[in-house]
Design a binder for this molecule. Structure first.
Ligand code: CP3
Length: 357
């Protein structure tokens, strides 16, 4: 029977989870693997369920959330589920007019660009997230011994969507605000940090076993910009869930120059994209005598379209390089593209599981 928030729920036995062992820095019994964006358009059962259902409707429907989160776990045999939601969900719940446009991504009706708009940014009342958190509870009750990863968008990546009004390659307005109006920037980023904390705490309190903070577009920043304008806000988000005692993964694309700074923000696991080999990522993360990190990554999603011998060689190379870390969680270097073949993903999971952790 479904347990409501706060009620006693039969505790799940996750002691054998290779994903959680690795995320906590221990050598797991087998090399764990999950895929960012594993729940989504690459799966025919996802496309069937979403037929005629707008994205935002699905994202606030507890049964949809639960079913879509479970689909890749059933089909692919991955070692963790990732909550079916989106980084803009807490913004929508807070009352900000954001749509998710197919093929484009989040689009903001009234971009947040000046002092007035920033001052009007609503706070997120946790009650507004209730259908989403109900979805988390349903997932947890149905997952059995597979851990659930909750997530949130980091303040910079969320701010970029709000300021630019949609996806941006250059993040021009965001960087302009940051440098020209630093006080306004910090005000906006602090508000977004608060929203991310509410979203993450809700998921973990409802049973998520780990969290990932997505700062997908942080790679557009210099190290100096990151340290000054972004790291303090992401650090606040990660610190605000430290008491919940779940491993915290921190990921962005193109962040080779930022890896130590992203670790310093408070990550237990550093996500690495395909541009930096994992052994090189470990070198960068230990350059000043820091402890050997746990890393996650980093097969290039584009190579999912390559021939199997190419993919197999890449998976073996990445697993070997990952052995330089304290522990390695296998993943792609970014999300599963909509055109990926789920059979290839399944085959990768089987191969990863046959390799030495
Ligand atoms: O499987 C999972 O990883 C969980 C689901 C998930 C979604 N979004 C569902 C989704 C996760 C973790 C996200 C996070 C997210 N959303 C990020 C960070 C991760 C990353 O990829 O860097 C970002 C930047 C977004 C913003 C966003 N939402 C984009 C860029 C898009 C793609 C737009 C498109 O159509 O190509 C979305 C939409 C979105 N979020 C989809 C899904 C399954 C596709 C929409 C659909 O199915 O109609």
């Amino acid at each position: 029977p479904r347990a409501a928030h706060g009620e006693l729920r039969a505790p799940r036995d996750l002691t054998a989870s290779p994903f959680l062992a690795a995320a906590r820095g221990r050598r797991p019994a087998r090399l764990p693997v999950w895929f960012m964006r594993q729940a989504g358009r690459s799966l025919p059962e996802y496309r069937a369920l979403r037929e005629g259902v707008p994205m935002l409707k699905a994202l606030f429907d507890p049964e949809m959330i639960a079913e879509i989160t479970l689909q890749p776990v059933r089909r692919l045999g991955v070692d963790a589920a990732v909550f079916f939601s989106d980084i803009v969900v807490p913004l929508v719940a807070a009352g900000i007019d954001v749509d998710i446009v197919p093929g484009t991504g989040p689009v903001v009706a009234a971009p947040v660009r000046d002092a007035d708009a920033i001052a009007r940014m609503p706070e997120l009342d946790p009650a507004r997230l209730e259908p989403v958190i109900e979805g988390t509870r349903l997932v947890v009750d149905r997952l059995g011994e597979t851990p659930l990863i909750g997530f949130a968008g980091a303040p910079f990546t969320l701010a970029s969507y709000l300021i630019e009004g949609g996806p941006s390659r250059t993040h021009e307005r965001t960087k302009a605000l940051m440098h020209s109006e630093p006080a306004l920037w910090h005000d906006l980023a602090a508000r977004l940090a608060g929203i991310a904390v509410t979203f993450l705490r809700g998921q973990v309190e409802a049973g998520a076993d780990a969290v990932q903070l997505f700062d997908s577009w942080a790679g557009a920043l210099t190290l100096r910009e990151y340290r000054e304008f972004v790291q303090p806000h992401s650090a606040r988000v990660l610190a605000a869930v430290a008491d919940l005692d779940v491993p915290r993964i921190h990921f962005g694309v193109g962040t080779g120059e930022l890896l130590p700074a992203m670790r310093d923000a408070g990550a237990d696991v550093v996500g690495v994209d395909w541009r930096v080999p994992l052994d090189e990522a470990v070198r960068r993360l230990t350059a000043n005598g820091e402890p050997t990190p746990v890393v996650q990554g980093n097969l290039d999603p584009a190579l999912l379209q390559a021939s199997w011998p190419v993919i197999e060689a890449e998976v073996r190379r990445i697993a070997a390089e990952g052995r330089a870390a304290a522990a390695h969680i296998f993943n792609l270097g970014h999300g599963v593209p909509p055109g990926a073949d789920p059979e290839v993903l399944t085959r990768i999971v089987e191969l990863v599981h046959s390799l030495e952790p």
